[in-house]
Structures are given as C-alpha cells and as structure tokens.
Design a protein around this ligand. Structure first.
Ligand code: UT7
Length: 331
C-alpha cells in the first residue's frame, strides 16, 4: 500500500434491522423445511424482514444516522457517501443519493456500489483511498440490503437464508493515527457469476428456467458451489492479506466474517487454524443480510466488547459476482 501521512480511522458506527422477525417455524408453514434442517445446515434461527413499504434507503438512512450520532459529527461534515447494495429502491436515483437527501448531507458526493455480499469491504476500501490521498476528510460507508424483497419464498433452497438490515461506519482521515485501516485486498471471479444471480433488464431464458416460479426478480443460487467458493475465498484472502501486512494469524485479535452460514464460518476458521471463539457470529439471529452482515457484525462485536481499542481485526467477505475481499484494521 502506498505510504501516506494520512490514514482512515473508524470514528463511529451504527446499525438498523427491521422489527419484524421471520422464524424457522414461520418458514415451515411456507415451504417444505424444518427447524432442525435449517439450524444444522445453516445455524440460522430467525431473520428480520422489512415491511412492504420499507426499502433499502430507509434502513440505510437509519443506520447512517446512528453512525453519525456515534461519531459525534454532523451530516454537513460528510464528504462522500458510499452505499453498497444489491437491492436499490430504484435504478436511479441511487440509494446513496436518497440517503444524502434524507440526512441532509448537502456537501457530500454519493454513489452506490454493487459487489453483492462483499460490498461493504469494497466500500471501505474505496473510501480509504479518498481519505489517505487527502481528497476527503469524512466518509460514510453503508452496507444495506432488503433481500426479502428479492427472495422467492417458494424456494426452500434460498428462502431460509436471507434477511434485511443495514450497517454503517464513518471513516475519518487522521494524520499518523495508530487506529486505522491497515490494508485491504479485493478480488472477483466473474467466470463463476452464474452460481448466484438476480436478473436486471436482461431476462435470459436460461436464467428464467432455473427459477421455480415465473417471478424473475428473485435470487437463484447454486448453494453448494457458492459454499465451496465461500470457504476457499475467505481462507485465501485472509492468508494473502496476512502476508501483505506481515502478520501471522495468531496476531489477529478477532475475525469478522460475512454471515451467510455457520458451517462456512466454521469451515474457514478450521482451515485458517484459528480460534473459533475469536470468529464473530450473529448469523443465528439475522441470517444472511448480504452487504449489511459485516458492518452489523462489526457494530455488535464492538458493542459487546469483543473487539476493543488497539485490537488488530480482519473483516472478510465473499458473495455474488462472485466477489471476495478482506480488510485489516486496528480498532
Ligand atoms: O452470501 C453469499 C451467498 N450465499 C451463501 O453463502 C450460501 C452458500 N451455500 C450454503 O450455505 C448451503 O449450500 C445451503 C445452506 C444453501 C444448502 O446446504 P447444503 O448442505 O449445501 O445442501 P444441498 O443444497 O446440498 O441440499 C441437500 C439436501 C437436498 O435434498 P436431496 O436432494 O439430498 O434429497 C435439498 O433439496 O437438502 C435439501 N434442502 C432442504 N431441505 C429442507 C435444501 N434446502 C432445504 C431446506 N429444508 N430449506
């Protein structure tokens, strides 16, 4: 990473999840599944679902305001807003522009970023470049998704997995600060993209055939292929990042992985030869919230005292695209 006098420090974070809970027993009334199958194969017990008239910009705005309050800055201090999402309210305006309007951050530039579940890792990495290069001082990065809006609740292979939520952080450029984003690593394997799809304007015949109903605005996933990619890419990116920053796995205080499936988290932990109690998990209560999973997990790990000042922490994710990425930071 290019040396700079400036680093990016997380000075505040916030989260929001909708109140409505969808439990495994609720799902058993909707598809041919069981609490036992869902728990043993995924570790998920419940997830949060937004009401019909609540969209990604609404949950993103709530998380953003929480992060702004936590950082003790005002919306006017924000120079850039990046929203990572795959469930925008509209193609245009972007969710980030709607958030900018909602929070009245008049001086901020704003754009959305689509790297699916890895979106927050991509967002932090992009914002870090602006701050270290002295372009901007304060960045608001939000991971927000309402996956329930694009979930096919007749497809037992996917509908048990997903939920809605948002997490946000404020990154601030600080001179020679110990607490900082240390480094990051991003990647993509577009050749494997067909394993996890949500259609846009192009209604590809093959893609339509994969879906069990004619609702084409839903997620389709080859679960076992994504599972293998998930474990391998997290292990690869964490190990490569460790090498890049000259640290060993034992020097990492905590890992906050994308929350998709407890078996994926456990599998990566084992392959990394890492302590399972240092691998954060809240998948049981929220399911997979896509790009919101990592910032929500970060918020909870901080508030539960699992990570604290001075800790070297790794955030690591994977997802549609297919994409992957990791960020190392000192809290
Ligand atoms: O955020 C990134 C995106 N997503 C992911 O990271 C998800 C990655 N994949 C996974 O987490 C897992 O692959 C799943 C949880 C999706 C599936 O678990 P699996 O152990 O890979 O199951 P499978 O797809 O191999 O299916 C095993 C069996 C099948 O039955 P048969 O063919 O063996 O008779 C499925 O039909 O389990 C059946 N099945 C279910 N049964 C009850 C699949 N889903 C369900 C269900 N309830 N919900």
């Amino acid at each position: 990473m290019k040396q700079s006098r400036y680093n990016s420090k997380i000075i505040g974070c916030g989260m929001y999840v909708p109140e409505d809970v969808l439990t495994n027993s609720d799902l058993c009334k909707m598809v041919d599944t069981s609490d036992e199958w869902i728990i043993t194969r995924t570790g998920i017990s419940e997830r949060r679902i937004s009401k019909e008239d609540v969209f990604t910009s609404d949950v993103a705005t709530k998380a953003a305001l929480a992060a702004i309050g936590n950082a003790k800055i005002t919306p006017n201090d924000i120079d850039i807003i990046i929203v990572a999402t795959v469930t925008p309210d509209m193609y245009c305006p972007s969710v980030s522009c709607i958030v900018q309007k909602n929070i009245n951050a008049r001086g901020a530039s704003a754009f959305d970023l689509n790297a699916a579940c890895t979106g927050f890792i991509y967002g932090i990495t992009v914002a870090d470049q602006f701050l270290r290069n002295e372009v901007y001082k304060n960045a608001l990065i939000i991971g927000a998704d309402c996956l329930s809006k694009i979930t096919e609740y007749k497809d037992k292979k996917t509908c048990v997995l997903f939920g809605d939520g948002a997490g946000a952080v404020i990154l601030q450029a600080r001179e020679n600060c110990e607490s900082k984003i240390v480094d990051s690593l991003l990647g993509a394997e577009g050749s494997k993209g067909e394993n996890l799809t949500v259609l846009g304007l192009r209604k590809d015949e093959m893609e339509l055939k994969k879906r069990i109903t004619n609702n084409c605005n839903t997620i389709w996933m080859n679960g076992s292929e994504v599972f293998k990619f998930a474990v391998n890419s997290m292990v690869y990116s964490v190990q490569k990042l460790l090498k890049k920053i000259g640290k060993s796995i034992d020097e990492i205080s905590y890992i906050i992985p994308h929350q998709a499936n407890q078996r994926i988290i456990d599998g990566a932990c084992k392959k990394l030869n890492y302590k399972s109690e240092k691998m954060f998990s809240n998948v049981q209560k929220y399911g997979n919230m896509s790009t919101a999973s990592i910032p929500v997990a970060f918020y909870e790990a901080l508030n539960e005292g699992k990570i604290k000042n001075g800790d070297l922490v790794i955030l690591t994710g994977f997802g549609g695209g297919l994409t992957w990425g990791s960020v190392a930071l000192i809290i």
